[in-house]
Design a protein around this ligand. Structure first.
Ligand code: NAG
Ligand code: NAG
Ligand code: NAG
Ligand code: NAG
Ligand code: NAG
Ligand code: NAG
Length: 469
């Protein structure tokens, strides 16, 4: 007993000692406290109380969003809104933040209403490595001296209102592993100097106003795993140096540009490719035979280009989404590798020259289907069995085909998830079931439907020409 008694005393004493030590030592550095309070004073509205714990005289290492690594110096400031529109900060980033000179990480995400220009104070932070200001509301140009932030690894300025060109000095940031400038108003050409950013694993320049060609600058990007240039005004062909990305690249997103030429053969060697999106461009010619080698691709979108037959017989085990709509294909049937996929959730084959009876199409799996678009083909028969076999379908589009069936047989109540249904311009007859009123969008115009239209909130246009022969 004497033993445990003395140990209790010892423990209590050491706890006391620790408390005393913390009491003195665990106060963050005065400069850090001043810098953070300066930042707080630049914030004029904080409805969710993100900065409530930031109070003068308390240990700033314990404040919300603040971390001190090993000691009393603040190293990280991490503030995010989490996508909730009611959580935001209004104000500007005070230059006082430069007093927090041991900062390694600035992470501001979804704060929505932080305004002002590029925070120049970061040039006074020699240890800064991670610099994220995403989905705030900063504007103006990136300063050309950005090349001085040579320790930087992961900057993201995505989802702000930055404009102007990417400064060419960006080529000096050779330690970058991550660069995201997506969803801003950046203009000009993508600088050729990005070729020096060899450590990049993510390069995201999507949704800006870039024009000109994709620079042929990818020959040394051995770690690049995600490349998105979607939604810009880029033109010309896919440059040859992209072929160097074959071992690693999982996401190649070039949709919504003005790219042209053939789809290069070498893409068939991209063993790690998960998602290829070339939609809404001017690509022409055939899809190369080498695509047979893409056995593990999950998402493939070639829609809205000028591609022609023959489409290669693919050897994919589990395609998840496929869109070949609005090219010049004459597929005839839905390809076997699509029908047999055990995990497909989205199939879009509008105007693909399909010509078969829908009752005969028996997909291996219908459980995961969310979207099926077969518009503008020559499909006959009835979708009743197909639609009755899906559990979570959200949209079914089959306008401008030759579907001929009794509309009353469509058991919509079973499909609680169905929101969009377009069966216009077919040969459908019978009565509309009253369950259509659960839909968000309906179009059954130009069919042979009869009788009274059930009371719905759809405009008369949805039923136009319903009695026309
Ligand atoms: C953002 O700030 C502006 C001006 O400071 C203000 O008028 C606006 O209401 C703020 N928006 C939100 C979502 O708080
Ligand atoms: C960049 O790559 C080089 C060579 O591959 C490597 O030595 C260096 O550590 C990398 N830097 C970072 C920040 O990953
Ligand atoms: C797209 O590229 C074509 C040439 O391939 C050009 O004629 C056209 O003007 C470009 N369109 C836009 C919007 O840049
Ligand atoms: C491809 O891009 C289009 C247009 O931006 C988009 O609507 C579609 O969802 C994308 N598909 C995939 C699989 O990423
Ligand atoms: C598929 O890849 C192999 C080597 O991995 C190659 O020999 C073959 O030519 C490729 N097939 C096609 C159709 O390109
Ligand atoms: C719809 O599916 C149910 C089982 O889920 C089945 O009993 C019924 O016969 C089917 N109806 C049609 C028209 O296929």
């Amino acid at each position: 007993m004497a033993f445990s008694c003395s140990s209790v005393v010892l423990i209590v004493f050491s706890l006391f000692l620790l408390q005393c030590l913390r009491g003195n030592a665990a106060k963050c550095h005065a400069d850090d406290e001043a810098g953070l309070l300066g930042f707080k004073s630049g914030i004029t509205d904080d409805p969710s109380g993100m900065l409530n714990s930031w109070e003068a005289g308390t240990d700033c290492c314990t404040w919300g969003g603040i971390e001190c690594q090993g000691g009393n110096r603040v190293t990280d400031i991490i503030l995010f809104g989490g996508g909730d529109p009611k959580i935001y900060l209004t104000g500007t980033i005070s230059p006082a933040l430069s007093k927090v000179r041991y900062l390694q990480t600035i992470y501001f995400k979804d704060l929505q209403n932080i305004t002002g220009t590029f925070p120049e104070l970061v040039f006074k932070l020699p240890r800064l490595q991670f610099f994220y200001i995403e989905n705030c509301d900063l504007h103006g140009r990136l300063p050309s001296k950005i090349g001085r932030l040579s320790r930087l690894q992961g900057p993201s300025f995505a989802k702000n209102a930055f404009s102007g060109p990417i400064p060419s000095s960006i080529s000096k940031l050779t330690q970058l592993t991550y660069l995201s400038l997506g969803s801003n108003y950046f203009t000009g050409e993508i600088p050729d100097g990005i070729r020096h950013l060899k450590n990049l694993s993510v390069l995201n320049l999507e949704q800006n106003l870039f024009h000109g060609k994709i620079p042929d600058a990818f020959s040394s990007f051995f770690d690049l795993y995600f490349l998105s240039l979607s939604n810009n005004g880029l033109s010309g062909e896919i440059p040859p140096s992209i072929s160097a990305l074959a071992p690693r690249l999982a996401f190649l997103l070039l949709d919504r540009n003005n790219l042209s030429g053939n789809i290069p053969d070498f893409l068939g060697n991209f063993k790690a490719l998960d998602t290829l999106n070339l939609s809404w461009n001017g690509f022409s010619g055939i899809v190369p035979k080498s695509f047979r080698n893409l056995t593990k691709i999950f998402n493939l979108d070639f829609s809205h280009n000028d591609l022609v037959d023959p489409f290669p017989a693919m050897d994919v085990r589990g395609i998840e989404s496929l869109d070949l709509s609005y090219n010049h294909f004459h597929l005839g049937q839905i390809p076997k590798w699509v029908t047999s996929s055990p995990i497909i959730y989205s199939l879009k084959l509008a105007r693909c020259g399909l010509k078969f009876k829908l009752d005969d199409w028996k997909p291996y799996e219908t459980y995961f289907y969310d979207y099926i678009d077969l518009s503008d083909n020559e499909i006959s028969g009835s979708p009743v069995r197909l639609l009755n076999s899906t559990d979570y379908l959200v949209g079914f589009w089959a306008a401008r085909n030759q579907l001929r069936f009794n509309m009353e047989n469509l058991k919509l109540p079973k499909m609680k998830t169905l929101k969009y249904l377009d069966l216009s311009r077919n040969l459908i007859y019978g009565k509309l079931p009253s369950s259509i009123s659960g839909l968000k969008k309906l179009n059954v115009a130009y069919n042979h439907l009869c009788c009274k239209i059930p009371a719905t909130r759809f405009s008369a246009k949805a039923f136009l020409g319903r009695l026309s022969v």
